[in-house]
Each structure stands twice: as C-alpha cells, then as structure tokens.
Ligand binder design. Structure first.
Ligand SMILES: Nc1nc2c(c(=O)[nH]1)N[C@H]1C(S)=C(S)[C@@H](COP(=O)(O)O)O[C@H]1N2
Ligand SMILES: [Mo]
Length: 415
C-alpha cells in the first residue's frame, strides 16, 4: 500500500470498518481498543488492530506539503520536509508495546472520568523512523541532560488546546524516533500519518502524533506564556492531564523541570514530586488464554496451558508469576518465543495440571529493578500518591492502573 492509498481510504470507509478488530469507545474523536484479549496472543499487533486514542480528530494531511518546524535552543531554526526526515538521516526500528495511560481506567471504583478502557488500549508494533538526535545534531540543538524537547501535534483547530508533550532530552537522544512506518507499512492517518514521535517504553501519551513543531527548551512547557499562547493552552497535556492526582488535591502541582523521569520511581517518592507524570510505562501482564468464562475439558491429560503477555517501561520484564487460586499461591511462568527487545512484550506460559473445579487465574510481572505489579487499586479516601502496601493509587483521571487482581480470569475445568 502506498501513502496515497492510506490517505484516500480515510475518505472512503468509516473508521470502524477500517479497523475491524477494534471496539469503538467513541467515533468522534476516534477512540478504540482491541476488542478481545486473544488478539494480543500474536507477537505483533497488526496495524488495523492497534488501539487508537485521539483527543481531537484525525487531521487529513498531505505528506508532500507538511513541514515540521524546529525552533528554540538551536543554532539554526528550520522547517523540515517529510522527504528530508525520511531520506537524509539514518533509519532505525524498535518494537514497542505502547499502552495508553488510561488503559484499565474501567477498574477504578468509584469511576474515574474519561473513556472506560479495560485491557485493550495496548499494541505491540514495529515502529520505523528517523532518530530525533540526528536532526537535533544537524541543526546544532542543545542536547545536554537537563534540557527538554517539546513536541507539538498539528491537529488542533480554532482555539483548541495543542497536544504538546515535553520529553527529557536524555530520552530523546537515547532512542526517540520521528516515526513514519508501522510494521513495515506506512502509518494510517489515525496513528499519526505522516509523522509521529515514538518514545519507546513510555506511555502512549508521550508519542505525539501529526508532529508540527519541535521546540528545544531548558524546561518543560509550563508558566503563563505557554498557558495562553495566542489563546491556546500548550501546557494542558503536560501539566494537567497525565498526572497522578489523588482525591484530596484540587490541582496537580506544576513543575518546570524534573530530575526523575521513571514513573514508578516518582510514585515511590511523592515527597519529591507530588503528582507523578506519566512517562515510562509500569510493569504489567495479562493472561490471554484461557479467557474469562471459558469452560475447559482437560481430558485425557488434565493439562491446561496458561499463556499471556508482559511488558514494562524502560526496564525489561524479569519474571512473571501465575496463580490459579486467586493469589494465595504463585508459580513461576516461563518465557516463550522471541525476545524482541526490552520495549516489546514477552510472552509467557505456565502449564498446569488442572483438577475439575472453578478457578480464578492471575498473573503478575516483575521488572529488572524488582518492581512488581500491585494487587489492587486503593480507595480514594486513602489519599495515596504512590504505590504502597501492594495497592495502586486511585487517581482522579484514572491513569496508570497496573493492579493485577482486576485483570483475573475466571474459568471452569470440566470433566
Ligand atoms: N497529536 C496528538 N498526539 C497524540 C494524541 C492526541 O490526541 N493528539 N493522543 C496520545 C495518546 S493519549 C496516546 S495513548 C497515543 C495513541 O497512539 P495511537 O492512536 O497510534 O494508538 O497517541 C498520543 N499522541
Ligand atoms: Mo493515552
């Protein structure tokens, strides 16, 4: 398929028909998750089955006319064409399990506002593009640690707030891409065509789609000038959305810069950062087979193979445990299949000698720093700011839920 075909298709077919594997949460703007867990059994998520999350609507962009401006702390401000981005620098690929920070919001009690994503706002794809560092170096940008790159999406119209994210320069220089291909084919308009930022291992909200401007700064977008810039708020999606806000806080505390980016580390040290920012993904896992409500006949060998996937942020998944008794006892699962890099899912399995009965199956992953999924989400009255005593903090916007209990699978083993 050529770039032109994917652009044309948008006009021809409704969104839900172009993504038949997705369950639509809202059609305008387009928000949709993978319809079933069993679709996540394959090592890679097909482009048409990768969840979609939009705040506004998908813009119709002509790649030949699109330009990205590079501004701020650079020797030379410039406009980059898509042809320059694609052809004048190195090309790199990464397998990234992207998760929307709202994935699992549906399990918050009381409910948190927003689309009620359950388990399907994830996708494991091969993303290909140009390393951002190459472009920054070409134009003499300041790329020292402590600096930030603010990336702005181009879809806002009239006085809509601009989808802008500030990413620490150390992460940008390390492995961020200006991506234009997904699984070896051009990205569809909904996934960011013609070009998106791809931040490997970080929550989806960092991977800005339809990039229009890159701005090199010594701080994040913050302060009055960015809050009202020609009538538009550039700070909302950095400073107000995608923050962990416990029930007792009216507003998140805005910081102009940070030293700690790791989301889990922020959640463990709320004295330093009162409301964590959703940057790198938390450790999480999901049983994909059997599925909830299954009745399984095990004869003649009494064996059930439990399989699933696990993923984490910048730190790789180290191990996965499986419980068949609702969390009383745990067994080591084994990894199977290829290791596609630390930002990809790992597939796991546990082979179980299954007596007749009813069971709740659970899985929990641990990352290479020894950080394990918490069991449940706390109650808002507890006021937690971080992960404590095996509980994930309830928060007003329902972000980051990696608790394992709500993800359990109930099955019956029949005669
Ligand atoms: N410009 C822009 N970029 C954006 C968004 C958006 O609304 N506008 N949504 C973000 C969020 S919250 C997520 S989870 C990912 C989803 O990417 P996908 O739709 O390709 O799955 O895009 C991110 N990039
Ligand atoms: Mo998201």
């Amino acid at each position: 398929m050529t770039d032109d075909d994917s652009a044309k298709n948008t006009e021809q077919q409704p969104f839900s028909e172009r993504y038949p594997g997705l369950e639509v949460l809202s059609a305008k703007p387009e928000n949709a998750q993978v319809a079933s867990r069993s679709q996540l059994e394959s090592y890679l998520t097909p482009r048409e089955e990768h969840y979609i999350r939009n705040h506004h609507r998908t813009p119709q962009i002509d790649e030949a006319e699109w330009e990205i401006s590079l501004t701020g702390l650079v020797d030379e401000e410039t406009e980059l064409s898509i042809a320059e981005i694609k052809h004048e620098y190195a090309t790199e690929s990464v397998v990234h399990m992207m998760e929307c920070s709202g994935n699992g919001r549906a399990y918050f009690e009381p409910a948190a506002a927003g689309d009620q994503w359950t388990t399907g706002a994830v996708g494991n794809a091969i993303w290909t593009g140009t390393p951002v560092r190459e472009i920054l170096h070409e134009y003499g940008a300041v790329t020292d640690d402590g600096f930030w790159l603010s990336i702005m999406g181009g879809e806002a119209i009239d006085d809509e707030d601009v989808f802008c994210r500030s990413i620490p320069m150390s992460k940008i220089v390390d492995d961020c891409l200006l991506a234009y291909e997904m699984n070896g084919v051009p990205m569809t308009p909904e996934h960011g065509y013609p070009v998106r930022l791809l931040v490997p291992g970080w929550f989806g909200n960092n991977s800005v789609k339809w990039v229009e401007r890159l701005h090199v700064m010594d701080c994040m977008v913050s302060g009055e000038a960015w809050k009202s810039n020609n009538g538009r708020d550039y700070t909302k999606y950095q400073q107000s959305s995608y923050r962990i806000i416990p029930a007792q806080d009216e507003k998140p505390k805005r910081y102009s810069s940070l030293d700690v980016f790791d989301t889990h580390e922020q959640l463990l040290s709320p004295d330093e950062i009162e409301n964590a920012y959703l940057f790198d993904q938390l450790t999480k896992s999901l049983i994909t087979s059997p599925t909830d409500g299954d009745e399984i006949f095990t004869s003649p060998d009494n064996c059930v193979e439990i399989t699933g996937i696990a993923w984490s942020g910048d730190d790789a998944v180290e191990s996965v445990d499986v419980s068949v008794d609702g969390g009383d006892t745990w067994h080591d699962a084994e990894f199977i299949g290829p290791d596609l890099g630390s930002h990809s899912v790992r597939k796991f399995r546990y082979v179980w000698n299954a007596p007749q009965g009813e069971y709740t199956l659970l899985s929990r992953a641990t990352d290479e720093k020894g950080r394990r999924q918490p069991a449940t989400v706390s109650a808002p009255e507890e006021g937690l700011r971080g992960i404590e005593s095996n509980r994930y903090p309830w928060n007003e916007k329902g972000y980051g839920n990696n608790a394992y209990v709500p993800l359990g699978v109930s099955i019956t083993i029949a005669d």
